[in-house]
Design a protein around this ligand. Structure first.
Ligand code: HEC
Ligand code: HEC
Ligand code: HEC
Ligand code: HEC
Ligand code: HEC
Ligand code: HEC
Ligand code: HEC
Ligand code: HEC
Length: 509
């Protein structure tokens, strides 16, 4: 790679008037704004000072795509090789994002002569950030909405969690949640579908104006379906209108969605040694440099360092490339459905069918729907990608033992889930609860909830504690092994008691 001084010198000659930014990149002192965007600013400066000042602080207002493309080496932030002429020599302003690809967006409205759409989508960003948009589309996250709503079994689970419950006779009856509740619940993270319902006149400071009425908006869910039918939102991690890399690299950004008892990544990270170091020394670290230099810019990883970031050594050599396809560094899907398993091949998991014909990546007996999952050599490649990150701070013996313990944890938690599922299957077969095979749901009875807690909460806690390098208590007493064994004891005792009382023949419902 060219060293930074050389990059700056070359860029200085090319750009004329430049000054240095602390990131070691070029930055124009004054960047021309297109006349369209100046028009937007003339009203919105007063209407939305918050939006305009966030944009002024962003790199989009401070460097033109043409300038950005001249950066050589790892500091290059704009991945598109060709960017249409009209964008090259102006700042990326309001009009550059909100009026491009107007014909592709169902929600486009006439706004004082401009064809504007509100929900700027990954395909709009792709004009300048092709690589990030391509990679993100191959990520589970971009498909998070479809992976839930196109899967009848998962929607059945959703119904028993977010749906309306009413008592009918002795039974409880669950009906699916209404759209407003869904947007507040599962789809808050997984993403809503933006649907243009029509247009409505609003009385504004600038008189009557027409705006679209969009069901499902606002929403920043990772797998949102947009008004141009593209999937996902970059805004889930990149806050508008600052779009700062600094925020994307902080663990708090991921915490919004990765914190619950089912997906406790943040909790476990914040209790781990890596998280302790981030809380103690993070204030002194540099979160804006690109590439991100291990040792110089930071000394312990955040979520981004292990899962996404382009990392370099102090000599400027690349350690790992940036990836918005986070599965590049993940051999295992540790989120149990209902067992941990190798990652799915396609990010669209709604296409998976197990041996029983259910849309699940594993069978109830613990084996996998292997045709839909990555093979051993892909797993090995991905493990090596992640290990390369670890080895920038740890010796290989440390890293190898880490994987050995982690993979053992995957096996033992799967074995616990299997024992629990055997007991549950006995309960269903004995008729003490009614599952999907008998025309019911495997999720809507109290005893079934105890079974699902085992794989959804406790097995996941133990695996995340192991994967995120040691949120110690989360693997044992805080929703960990203590709870798995306790729940298995109680599940078993419940079944034994039922058999004593009912003698094993009559069912419910
Ligand atoms: C004549 C003044 C004016 C100009 C010029 C103008 N806007 Fe607006 N814009 C408004 C007003 C007023 C609103 C409504 C604000 C509200 O409802 O709080 C609005 C709302 C919006 C919204 C939100 C729409 C929604 O779905 O609620 C977007 C996005 C937007 N403008 C973008 C732009 C862009 C991009 C430009 C330049 C191409 C622009 N505006 C130019 C006055 C203007
Ligand atoms: C880099 C692209 C980009 C640029 C530049 C940009 N926007 Fe946006 N804007 C977005 C995104 C992304 C959203 C989030 C919309 C969504 O997906 O829900 C948004 C949302 C908005 C909204 C609705 C927000 C709300 O809370 O109601 C308004 C209004 C708006 N932008 C106005 C502007 C104005 C004015 C400018 C210029 C100062 C501007 N935007 C520049 C991408 C951009
Ligand atoms: C017309 C081109 C263009 C479009 C469209 C565009 N960007 Fe950018 N983006 C840029 C340029 C230019 C930079 C600054 C590059 C530099 O500093 O070298 C940038 C930088 C960024 C950065 C890095 C910021 C930092 O702090 O280092 C992020 C993140 C980003 N853009 C996200 C987005 C997202 C998300 C969208 C869509 C909502 C988007 N961009 C749309 C051109 C664009
Ligand atoms: C706070 C954010 C959040 C909410 C709310 C949320 N989820 Fe999730 N969901 C996640 C995350 C994060 C993952 C990925 C976990 C992982 O990979 O470790 C996930 C993954 C899933 C998956 C796996 C999908 C697949 O095939 O890959 C299912 C199923 C699921 N969630 C169901 C639900 C249901 C049902 C609800 C509502 C009752 C819900 N989620 C609400 C964040 C959320
Ligand atoms: C708006 C919510 C949200 C935010 C913010 C978010 N995620 Fe996710 N993430 C999800 C959901 C939902 C899934 C599960 C998708 C599925 O299984 O269909 C997921 C899945 C994942 C996965 C599984 C692999 C894959 O291909 O997607 C990883 C790894 C991940 N997220 C890491 C991160 C990191 C790191 C951050 C922060 C930089 C982050 N996420 C921010 C909601 C979010
Ligand atoms: C799940 C969180 C997440 C989502 C969603 C996401 N990003 Fe990022 N993005 C990150 C992280 C983390 C970084 C920092 C990477 C690094 O340190 O190298 C980043 C960095 C970037 C950069 C900065 C590149 C540079 O060299 O400075 C750009 C541009 C970018 N993302 C564009 C996008 C676009 C476009 C989308 C939507 C298609 C998107 N991102 C969606 C997490 C995300
Ligand atoms: C030290 C590096 C490291 C850090 C820091 C880290 N992770 Fe992980 N993460 C891993 C490893 C290793 C795995 C397990 C590998 C696998 O699943 O194949 C993992 C697994 C995951 C998974 C499960 C993926 C799946 O498909 O089931 C998610 C989601 C995740 N991490 C999110 C996060 C979030 C959010 C943070 C920050 C709060 C974070 N990680 C911090 C290394 C890290
Ligand atoms: C940027 C440097 C850096 C990276 C990258 C990194 N670590 Fe660490 N890690 C550290 C430091 C520093 C410590 C603290 C050592 C101490 O406490 O003395 C640590 C501690 C640990 C611990 C000990 C936890 C405990 O509480 O005992 C484990 C396990 C670990 N790391 C595993 C990993 C794995 C696995 C990866 C890759 C997935 C990784 N680390 C990546 C810097 C890093």
């Amino acid at each position: 790679m060219l060293n930074r001084v050389m990059v700056l010198l070359l860029a200085t000659v090319a750009a004329g008037m430049v000054s240095l930014s602390n990131a070691g990149l070029v930055e124009l002192e004054s960047v021309p704004v297109s006349s369209d965007s100046q028009d937007c600013l003339s009203c919105h400066e007063e209407l939305h000072p918050g939006i305009v000042s966030a944009w002024r602080q962003s790199r989009h207002s401070r460097i033109t795509p043409g300038e950005a493309m001249q950066v050589q080496g790892l500091g290059l932030k704009v991945s598109s090789k060709e960017i249409p002429e009209r964008f090259l020599n102006v700042a990326v302003g309001c009009a550059e994002c909100h009026t491009q690809r107007a014909e592709a967006h169902a929600g486009t409205f006439d706004h004082g002569g401009y064809e504007v759409h509100t929900a700027v989508s990954p395909k709009d960003c792709a004009t300048c950030h092709t690589q990030e948009a391509d990679q993100f589309s191959r990520n589970l996250m971009a498909h998070a909405r479809g992976n839930l709503v196109e899967n009848p079994l998962y929607m059945d689970l959703a119904r028993t969690i977010e749906g309306r419950v009413a008592r009918k006779g002795q039974q409880l009856d669950f009906t699916p949640a209404d759209p407003l509740t869904q947007a507040e619940s599962c789809l808050h993270c997984h993403g809503t579908k933006l649907e243009v319902m029509g247009f409505k006149e609003r009385d504004t400071l600038h008189g009557l104006m027409d705006f679209p009425v969009v069901n499902g908006w606002p929403n920043q869910g990772v797998g949102r379906k947009n008004t141009d039918d593209s999937l996902g939102t970059c805004g889930a991690c990149h806050n508008r209108h600052q779009f700062s890399i600094e925020m994307a690299r902080q663990p708090y950004t991921c915490k919004k969605c990765h914190v619950g008892p089912d997906v406790p990544a943040y909790k476990v990270y914040s209790a781990s040694r890596h998280g302790n170091m981030f809380s103690t020394h993070g204030k002194e670290w540099n979160f804006t440099n690109v590439p991100w230099t291990v040792g110089e810019d930071f000394t312990a990883p955040t979520c981004a360092s292990c899962h996404v970031s382009l990392l370099a050594d102090p000599a400027g050599n690349e350690i790992v490339p940036r990836t918005h396809q986070m599965t590049d560094r993940l051999p295992w899907r540790i989120f149990g459905l209902i067992y941990a398993h190798p990652h799915p091949v396609s990010p669209d998991t709604s296409i998976i069918r197990n041996d029983e014909g259910l849309p699940l990546p594993t069978n109830f007996d613990g084996t996998t729907a292997k045709d839909f999952l990555i093979n051993a050599s892909t797993m090995a490649e991905r493990k090596e990608n992640m290990s390369t990150v670890c080895r920038s701070c740890h010796g290989s013996a440390w890293v190898d033992v880490f994987w050995e313990r982690f993979e053992q944890t995957v096996q033992t938690t799967n074995a616990d889930t299997l024992e629990a599922t055997k007991i549950m299957t006995d309960i269903w077969k004995s008729g003490y609860a009614v599952n999907h095979l008998a025309g019911g749901s495997p999720f809507d009875e109290a005893i079934e909830r105890r079974w699902s807690d085992i794989w959804l909460f406790y097995a996941n806690h133990i695996r995340f504690a192991s994967a995120m390098a040691g949120g110690g208590d989360y693997g044992v007493f805080a929703n960990g092994r203590y709870h798995i064994t306790k729940e298995i004891m109680e599940l078993n005792e419940w079944l034994t008691t039922q058999k004593k009382v009912k003698g094993g023949q009559e069912g419910k419902e």
